[in-house]
Design a protein around this ligand. Structure first.
Ligand code: CO8
Length: 256
């Protein structure tokens, strides 16, 4: 199905959101953020969707950043509004979603594009991908979470190098520093990402959502408390009964 600036495809329990503005290297304009938000909100409500994959259309770009043409004439209030809206509609929403979101980075992931990937729970990339935060070359800084999420993933020193130099790094280097988990030839990227999504989709959705919440809480003072509470809450839920019973009965669990 084509839904304005995103294409949405369902493959069993996996929903694939393809950002589809190839003429602008899939740059994120306001409408695209709204379209991504809509696709994610629908996936959130749909119990049949277990895992979401975000990728870019074509074989050149995942997302080449926020749409520079759109914000060219903005002043501070519009810049602030744009950053806040982006966080609420897409970036924070993805990070805090109860369902896993995997970025399949199929080319340039720059600026807001890399920030989109950083908000996802897992990142796979093609060997041809180039990643970077070039905002300082435009007289800006990353405004969709890059200054916060990148240091947590790769450490402050490397994050500063990437942000301050604005240089693009290769997929190989991104894997070496833990910015992406795995790299594959472009032709294999989607299948490998779907394989991972299928493995995750077999596990307890309730446990998955609590795991995401607890891992996210590792950034806060309440990490251990969140983990303990989430762990305890799961004891009252159906999936734990089914998962444990299945193990004891030597069969595969059937999570509803
Ligand atoms: N925005 C708008 N259009 C873009 C963008 C973009 N980010 N990136 C590429 N395009 C367009 C080009 O303008 C071009 O369009 P046209 O054919 O009409 O001229 C088309 O896509 C193809 O691009 P190129 O001809 O440049 O392709 P190349 O292969 O020569 O180069 C690059 C590819 C290296 C990716 C190059 O396009 C590039 O450098 N793009 C810009 C990358 C960039 O700076 N991204 C960061 C943007 S700023 C940002 O993301 C801030 C996020 C935080 C905002 C928070 C709110 C305030």
């Amino acid at each position: 199905m084509i839904d304005s600036n995103v294409k949405i495809n369902r493959e069993s329990e996996i929903l694939i959101i393809e950002i589809n503005r190839p003429k602008s290297l899939n740059a994120l304009n306001s409408q695209t953020l709204l379209d991504i938000n809509k696709a994610i909100s629908e996936a959130e409500e749909n119990a049949d969707v277990k895992v979401i994959i975000i990728t870019g259309s074509g074989d050149k770009a995942f997302v080449a950043g926020a749409d520079i043409k759109e914000f060219a004439d903005y002043k501070a209030p519009q810049g602030e509004e744009m950053a806040k809206r982006g966080h609420t509609l897409v970036f924070d929403k993805i990070e805090n979603l109860k369902k896993p979101v995997i970025a399949a980075i199929n080319g340039f992931a720059l600026g807001g594009g890399l920030e989109l990937a950083l908000a996802c729970h897992i990142r796979y990339a093609s060997e041809t991908s180039k990643l970077g935060l070039p905002e300082v070359t435009l007289g800006l800084i990353p405004g969709y979470g890059g200054t916060q999420r990148l240091p947590k993933l790769v450490g402050k020193g490397l994050a500063n190098e990437i942000i301050l130099s604005a240089k693009m790094i290769s997929a190989q280097k991104a894997k070496e520093i833990g910015l992406v988990n795995e790299i594959f030839p472009l032709s294999e990227l989607m299948n490998k990402t779907k394989e991972l999504a299928s493995i995750i989709a077999k596990n307890s959705p309730l446990a998955i959502s609590k795991a995401i919440q607890s891992v996210n809480a590792s950034d806060t003072k309440n990490g251990f408390e969140t983990e303990i509470k989430s762990f305890a809450q799961l004891f009252e839920l159906e999936d734990k009964k089914e998962g444990v019973a299945a193990f004891l009965e030597k069969r595969k669990p059937n999570f509803s």
